[in-house]
Design a binder for this molecule. Structure first.
Ligand SMILES: NC(=O)C1=CN([C@@H]2O[C@H](COP(=O)(O)OP(=O)(O)OC[C@H]3O[C@@H](n4cnc5c(N)ncnc54)[C@H](OP(=O)(O)O)[C@@H]3O)[C@@H](O)[C@H]2O)[C@@H](O)CC1
Ligand SMILES: Nc1ncnc2c1ncn2[C@@H]1O[C@H](COP(=O)(O)OP(=O)(O)O)[C@@H](O)[C@H]1O
Ligand SMILES: [K+]
Length: 487
């Protein structure tokens, strides 16, 4: 499990650790780690040109001490002092080692962003904002110290301009804002420097599953398994107009290892599902009731279903059962108009994108996008359900638990129908007995990995993602060894 923490959590842990150590030890550890990352990026330190952007706080101190070390190894290190004051000891050490203070960005090979770290709040003020815009435009490697300046370390919010880092060297432990978009998109490669914080860290604010975790959570059939025990999933999706959503959701469920898929829909999607997935047991509905579908261990409702009375009645029927339900797409529109439907004893996993979540909690979509973590948490608490918020980083929120962040995925997944596949994958895992929290996190992980495999750097179609889910599951063992990094 990869874990991340808010600025307050990190600060409290640092204070506890600092009390056990001589003054300045932590900053020297941070600077040593930062120097070693910069040195390996530069390849040859001697003669290289490095620019430090130095703010007024300890983030600037880290940069100055790393600048000192690089200067001692023969780099030509310059610093722009952008704060109203500067870390005095760090500056003295930097100057002593031959570092120079400059006013212009110039033409460095590598820029160290030490403007602000966990002490920042709100949009970058001047002169930082202009300096960041200028430095982003320079053709140089950009290394952010602790956090790319402009990214809120606790939430991932980016209120204005932010450093576009190639590498972020973060101290002690990962910060939440480095994993959550829009901030996560500014991080580049993430390097965590061990400064001895481990024993002082509390329960994490957010967590990300690794391939090893998913491997451990996924059910695997054994000698005693049969199709019913592996989990039967019911899928109420598709409509006369949107037949494809049904095919994709059923495909996701079958490829993710459902023991059996029972599909229920009107004649046109039934025809399509039958043709593409003869494995599915289909029920053609002539009225909106799942009464004749047969026993299932979990339901998926919503993809391509429509939002009229017919769909409303069908979704209400699904939610009236006593099994876990995954609601996606049109079912989310239906429950946002009739939230009472969510009052039920068995668990609900909802899988909205930002627009759907905005309708559910009555917050404008751009605000949800800007503060994804806050709104995923809020929806989970307000609605009493598990929320899987889709997007470039997918979040899984449940009241009183660390939010899970998914680190797999590929921007090529931004194409119609991939969400339908995800609903089937999540539903199959619910039917297999995983909790909504684990089913949602594992589904997001596998779906992201399948997206990467299906794409391999080129466009994909949603059906390819479903087809790649078995490869994703097969690759978990290899990924466990390599750490499952985001591409
Ligand atoms: N503690 C430790 O043990 C260790 C800490 N370490 C390092 O220290 C860093 C934290 O240092 P920090 O606390 O000094 O805060 P930091 O982020 O450098 O600067 C905050 C200053 O910036 C300003 N400012 C705020 N918002 C702003 C904005 N929007 N736009 C412009 N300015 C803004 C604000 O100034 P003010 O508004 O008060 O004038 C405030 O004073 C941490 O990230 C890590 O790198 C490591 O060495 C490991 C050991
Ligand atoms: N930029 C992106 N990077 C990674 N994944 C993305 C990106 N955009 C969308 N996705 C993923 O693609 C899927 C899209 O789902 P959704 O919006 O429901 O589409 P649809 O309704 O067409 O199926 C989600 O799993 C989402 O997390
Ligand atoms: K920084």
């Amino acid at each position: 499990m990869r874990t991340a923490y808010t600025a307050d959590q990190i600060r409290a842990a640092e204070l506890a650790l600092m009390a056990t150590l001589p003054e300045g030890t932590l900053m020297q550890r941070a600077a040593a780690g930062l120097t070693s990352v910069c040195a390996s990026l530069l390849g040859r330190v001697y003669g290289s040109r490095v620019l430090l952007l130095v703010g007024r706080g300890d983030n600037g101190g880290d940069a100055l001490y790393a600048g000192e070390r690089l200067a001692r190894r023969g780099a030509r290190v310059e610093a722009i002092l952008a704060g109203s004051k500067t870390h005095a000891e760090g500056l003295a050490a930097f100057l002593e080692a031959g570092g120079r203070v400059v006013e212009e960005v110039g033409a460095p090979e590598l820029v160290v962003d030490g403007l602000v770290g966990i002490g920042a709040s709100g949009a970058l003020r001047e002169p930082y904002a202009s300096l960041v815009a200028e430095a982003n435009a320079v053709d140089a490697l950009m290394v952010a110290v602790d956090v790319p300046s402009g990214v809120d370390s606790s939430t991932g919010r980016v209120a204005g301009v932010a450093v576009d880092a190639h590498v972020t060297v973060t101290m002690g432990a990962c910060k939440t804002g480095l994993l959550v978009d829009p901030g996560a998109a500014k991080v580049g490669l993430l390097e965590v420097i061990d400064i001895g914080l481990g024993p002082y860290l509390p329960d994490p604010d957010v967590a990300a599953l690794t391939a090893e975790d998913v491997e451990g959570l996924l059910p695997r059939p054994g000698a005693e398994s049969d199709k019913y025990r592996r989990g039967v999933i019911g899928i109420a999706a598709g409509s006369d107009r949107y037949t494809g959503a049904a095919v994709l959701s059923v495909g996701g469920a079958l490829r993710a290892g459902a023991g059996m898929v029972r599909y229920a829909g009107t004649a046109p999607p039934v025809q399509q599902v039958r043709a593409r997935w003869p494995e599915a047991v289909v029920t053609e509905l002539d009225h909106p009731s799942i009464a004749g579908v047969g026993r299932v261990q979990a339901w998926v409702a919503g993809p391509g279903l429509g939002t009229g009375d017919w769909a409303h009645e069908l979704v209400a029927g699904v939610l009236a059962t006593d099994v876990p339900v995954l609601l996606d797409a049109d079912a989310l529109t239906i429950v946002s108009r009739d939230r009472g439907l969510l009052r039920r004893a068995a668990p609900v996993l909802i899988t909205p994108h930002a627009g759907e979540l905005s309708r559910l909690i009555g917050v404008p979509g751009d605000r949800v996008e800007a503060s994804r973590l806050e709104h995923a948490r809020r929806a989970a608490a307000e609605l009493g359900v598990t929320v899987l918020l889709k997007g470039s980083t997918t979040l899984i929120a449940e009241d009183e638990r660390p939010v899970r962040v998914n680190l797999t995925g590929s921007s090529w997944l931004a194409t119609g129908g991939t969400g339908d596949v995800l609903s089937g994958v999540g539903g199959a895992l619910l039917a297999a007995g995983l909790t909504p929290y684990d089913a949602g996190s594992c589904a997001a992980f596998l779906h992201g990995l399948a997206g990467r495999i299906a794409s391999d750097g080129a466009p994909l179609a949603a059906a390819d993602v479903a087809d790649a889910v078995p490869s994703a599951i097969r690759s978990l063992r290899g990924e466990s060894r390599s750490g499952g990094r985001r591409s």
